[in-house]
Design a protein around this ligand. Structure first.
Ligand SMILES: Cc1cc2nc3c(=O)[nH]c(=O)nc-3n(C[C@H](O)[C@H](O)[C@H](O)COP(=O)(O)OP(=O)(O)OC[C@H]3O[C@@H](n4cnc5c(N)ncnc54)[C@H](O)[C@@H]3O)c2cc1C
Length: 587
């Protein structure tokens, strides 16, 4: 047990600020900048080095949807998003975001992004799902813009005097009288704890798709934000919905999950996808109504897959000299280099691809001002749910996330202006620190290696909470396994007892929240007895008008309460046949 004198040893710093932003991707850094512009003292913390961590924002492609010129409009943008989101979006929030996005694009431009313009106007292209040309083209050739975004922020942080602290893993939201009052974090470099009190906390920790065994995002994005928010009493929604991306490499392991190479080759060289029987199954099953990632996963599950658990992406239908000319046109590019490292000659061999989780739709339930139901707690970016509904349009997530960050920055600054400083006093930290230290000190005979528990959880995620395997029986079984992993959490131990730079310990501290996030996915998937977006219930393969509802999860003591909340349609109603009879207006 930690006594008072030990506690001061364990806590290396106690800091204070008006607004504390947790997470330094596009949403978090935009929130920090907007709050600081409004005079708030701002601290931002992130798990890795600032702007060089595993944020999905630094991996993003070229899509950034912004409705700029008629006939396009923020309303038209919202309408497309609602249609693709299958009417589960929170419409007032979405409209606030589509109205905010053009300003965000202007900020990126002002900060140094280089967009292609003609006669003073952005040149925009249309992405699937959008009815207008909405994605501004960058003057930089290539499909990944994440590294460009990354370079913009340090200058803005310096300009505004924002305290940005890297290698700080947030562990818990500290509350006082039911309101968010700060964060307890592990300083990973020192192996000691940092307590930061704040009048407002903005969660911007990204999504949870990194929990899965094969993932297209960073394996560090594992749902800690949504887990912390849930623990603090926040409502969470739409956890059953996610985007899985088909063009992710399944092999070799060094590149597993990466999407840029296969995407580019498939588009530019019109690649064909085959199963192990040589069948072009995507063409054959075109009318099935099932989404491409589900069709690929069906082949993989039915053992009609490649040796490394993928399907084949082939270019052999093209003449060698055409492929050669294309590869030569790539010059000395990073992607060409990776093909060389893989030792794959695409004139003769296919790439192996498999659907991998890319982006989560679900997260903290927020209103149009990004407020959660916990006073003083805001959420922005992929950690928040509601903007996208059941599915998304390529190019939408990052723009929506940045817009959420902008709104959260303004709202948190104004909340902080009105909050009393005493609300930022922190509670007793000893129990939380004790809990965080336990895996280092656990030496009992029954101790369970945390890495083993993580592997067990990932088996459940990969087999039962992936694109396939969602049936009542399988989901109930998954919940049983997750609950049992959680029950054993007090016995988790880490092999390496070092306090500094101990990634095994950090991984173990992540695991607690991964378990919560996985349980939320499983319970929401079980509750939703229909198929919608990429949530595919094999026992309920069709969408149902009865399910124009969000599934909301909230902590009640030690129980996870699951409720069904009807969606409101203040802006755009679903077509008549999609509305449940009870909700249709008479006549
Ligand atoms: C490969 C790839 C390509 C994509 N391409 C596109 C695209 O072209 N267009 C598009 O619209 N969207 C795209 N997306 C999705 C989009 O990039 C993300 O949805 C978006 O960037 C999320 O932004 P965010 O700021 O919410 O989270 P992130 O950018 O993921 O940032 C989360 C931050 O939280 C930090 N963090 C996490 N946990 C903790 C913790 N416990 N303590 C402290 N810090 C923590 C992380 O280190 C990180 O700094 C893509 C995603 C991927 C993976």
């Amino acid at each position: 047990m930690i006594v008072k004198s030990d506690l001061s040893e364990e806590v290396s710093a106690r800091l204070q600020c008006d607004v504390l932003v947790v997470g330094a991707g596009m949403a978090g850094l935009t929130a920090a900048i907007e709050a600081a512009e409004r005079g708030a003292s701002v601290t931002v913390i992130t798990k890795g080095p600032v702007t060089r961590d595993g944020a999905a924002s630094w991996m993003a492609g070229s899509g950034f949807s912004a409705a700029l010129y008629p006939p396009d409009s923020p309303e038209a943008h919202a309408r497309d998003t609602i249609r693709v989101g299958q009417y589960l979006n929170r419409q007032d929030l979405l409209l606030a975001l589509t109205n905010e996005i053009p300003r965000c694009l202007g900020l990126l431009d002002h900060w140094g992004m280089r967009y292609l313009k003609s006669e003073g106007k952005y040149v925009q292209v249309r992405f699937p799902g959008s009815r207008h040309n909405r994605v501004p083209r960058s003057i930089r050739n290539g499909i990944m813009l994440g590294p460009e975004y990354r370079r913009l922020f340090p200058k803005q942080l310096r300009r505004l005097g924002i305290r940005a602290m890297g290698d700080m893993q947030a562990l818990e939201i500290l509350s006082r009288d039911g309101a968010a009052a700060g964060i307890l974090a592990l300083d990973a470099m020192e192996g000691r704890f940092v307590a930061i009190s704040a009048k407002a906390v903005v969660l911007a920790t990204g999504g949870f798709m990194g929990m899965y065994p094969l993932t297209a995002t960073s394996p560090t994005l594992v749902g800690e934000g949504v887990g912390m928010a849930y623990e603090a009493g926040a409502q969470v929604q739409d956890m059953e919905f996610a985007d899985f991306y088909s063009n992710s490499l399944a092999w070799p392991p060094m590149y597993a999950g990466s999407i840029d190479l296969a995407t580019m080759l498939r588009i530019d060289l019109n690649g064909k996808v085959f199963n192990s029987r040589g069948e072009e199954f995507l063409v054959a099953k075109k009318g099935s109504g099932l989404a491409q990632p589900v069709l690929c996963q069906q082949e993989i599950r039915s053992a009609r897959c490649s040796p490394n658990g993928g399907v084949y992406l082939s270019f052999k239908h093209l003449p060698d000299n055409l492929i050669d000319a294309y590869l030569a046109s790539m010059g000395d590019s990073r992607l060409l280099h990776s093909l060389g490292v893989m030792g794959i000659d695409i004139r003769r061999q296919a790439l192996e691809i498999a659907p991998a989780p890319l982006e989560s739709m679900g997260g903290c339930r927020i209103d149009s001002r990004t407020r959660t139901n916990v006073p003083g707690l805001f959420a922005a970016g992929e950690v928040a749910g509601g903007a996208e509904g059941a599915f998304t349009i390529a190019g939408n997530p990052i723009a929506l996330d940045m817009a959420m960050g902008a709104i959260a920055g303004r709202e948190s600054a104004s909340h902080a202006r009105e909050a009393d400083q005493s609300t930022a006093d922190l509670p007793n930290l000893a129990p939380s620190i004790e809990e965080a230290l336990r895996p280092l000190r656990e030496h009992s005979k029954n101790a369970i290696p945390a890495l083993e528990a993580r592997r067990e959880l990932q088996k459940v995620l990969g087999n039962q909470l992936h694109l396939l395997g969602r049936t009542r029986e399988s989901l109930e079984n998954a919940i049983g396994k997750i609950v049992s992993i959680r029950r054993d959490s007090r016995r988790w131990r880490v092999q390496t007892s070092a306090r500094t730079h101990n990634s095994e310990w950090m991984g173990c501290l992540e695991l607690r929240h991964m378990v919560t996030a996985s349980e939320m996915v499983a319970r929401a998937a079980l509750a939703r007895s229909e198929s919608r977006g990429l949530h595919y219930r094999e026992d309920y393969p069709e969408p149902s008008p009865d399910w124009l509802c969000n599934i909301v999860l909230q902590r009640e003591g030690d129980e996870m309460r699951v409720s069904r909340v009807p969606v409101e349609f203040p802006f755009m109603r679903p077509p008549e046949q999609q509305v449940p009879p009870a909700a249709k207006s008479p006549g």
